[in-house]
Design a protein around this ligand. Structure first.
Ligand SMILES: [Zn+2]
Length: 384
């Protein structure tokens, strides 16, 4: 599918090689962005293309990652000896930014406060209604495989207790997250320039694979779903719900993203029971904030370590019991019990997590199928 052809830039007329599987083409000489119609041969310049400058290099990124680990670790002094950055990669990633306002009205049943017993009679509930309005610069990744750049699949972290099932995110609140220094620094959106290769400061520029209309459609889907879940928080039973979206504009922005892989190798006893697995961080190359961070030792790991330790102890007590005094057999039995419970808890947590992952996966596959089916149904720019 990916075919490379030579083409003249419609802006500077210089010839260069272009990959026609990309939706928009970027001239390596003058940074012009244009569409090329393969059938008709027409070229059309695309004006609304911006780039947020990358301000970091691999060395600084590594130092920032270690600094973050020092901040969250209970013994900051040991970070340099126990944490190892094994992978640092930067990209300038294209995202569609859709300026959209969502207006939602809802109606639902709310349980009366003093009726805790769930008898489900009509007397226990009041009908309530309300509305809310929010505006966003909603970001949708302009790459066809959202898993390609690890961690960009679930960047949205709403303040409300909501399970996010979409890959888009509100640009401004996300790209100010985890920012520690330079509070007066301009927001990433304000700091954008008209697209020029030089602002990537050495980062590879990823091509634009998702069409404008798809970006727009996905943003509408995400905001609608988000608002539905917000509405659900207001009532015990949501009866009616309606969201109207007003799209004010769409633009394309290349944003600098750094991916960091690190390993945790504890120096304490824990290391004998813990197999290091690479964990990842995603860092904003402009604001220097950690956009997403995976912690090294998770609950599951700690419980597994507990299981190993108590399992080993029960074996030792068992040896004591048969060679010295039968009372140790009881202790061995107790340790074995604790070990068993730990393994059970750990496996159950893991199963819950796997199920969660599976749900996310099927949700994203489902929405992919849906967007194919509707590929030509939704016109871009049509409000509500
Ligand atoms: Zn050019």
């Amino acid at each position: 599918m990916s075919a490379v052809y030579e083409l003249q830039c419609p802006s500077c007329n210089k010839a260069s090689q272009y990959n026609f599987s990309d939706y928009l083409l970027l001239c390596p000489f003058c940074s012009a962005t244009f569409k090329f119609n393969v059938d008709g041969g027409q070229k059309e310049l695309f004006g609304d293309h911006y780039i947020v400058p990358n301000l970091l290099d691999a060395g600084t990124v590594k130092e920032l990652a270690l600094e973050w680990l020092r901040r969250i670790h209970h013994k900051p002094g040991t970070v340099d000896k126990e944490f190892f950055v094994v992978d640092v990669q930067g990209f300038s990633v294209p995202v569609w930014i859709i300026s959209v306002e969502g207006h939602t009205a809802w109606k639902g049943l709310v349980r009366k406060q003093n009726r805790q017993v769930a008898s489900h009679t009509s007397n226990d509930y009041l009908t309530e209604s309300g509305q809310f309005r929010r505006s966003y610069r909603w970001a949708v990744l302009a790459r066809s495989n959202i898993c390609e750049t690890w961690g960009l699949t679930r960047l949205h972290e709403p303040t409300e207790p909501i399970h996010v099932e979409w890959d888009g995110f509100p640009f401004d609140s996300t790209f100010s997250r985890g920012r520690l220094m330079d509070e007066e620094q301009k927001s990433a959106y304000e700091a954008r320039h008209y697209f020029e290769f030089k602002y990537a400061n050495g980062l590879p520029i990823l091509g634009i694979q998702v069409e404008e209309e798809e970006g727009l459609r996905r943003a509408r889907n995400h905001v609608e779903l988000y608002h539905y879940k917000l509405a659900c928080l207001n009532a015990d039973y949501l009866i009616d719900y309606r969201t109207e979206l007003e799209v004010a504009g769409i633009q394309l922005i290349h944003v600098p993203i750094w991916k960091i892989g690190y390993l945790y190798r504890p120096r304490s006893l824990v290391r004998h029971f813990y197999r290091p697995k690479e964990k990842r961080l995603i860092l904003d190359g402009y604001g220097k904030g950690i956009l997403m961070g995976e912690l090294a030792l998770v609950y599951h790991d700690k419980i597994m370590i507990n299981a190993y330790v108590t399992g080993f102890a029960s074996f030792i007590f068992f040896l004591f019991g048969i060679s010295w005094h039968p009372a140790f057999l009881l202790v061995a039995l107790f340790s074995l019990g604790v070990s068993g419970i730990s393994i059970f808890t750990s496996l159950r947590k893991k199963a819950e997590r796997d199920e969660e992952e599976l749900k996310k996966l099927s949700a994203s596959i489902g929405s992919m199928g849906g967007s194919h089916a509707n590929a030509n149904a939704t016109g871009y720019g049509r409000a509500s």
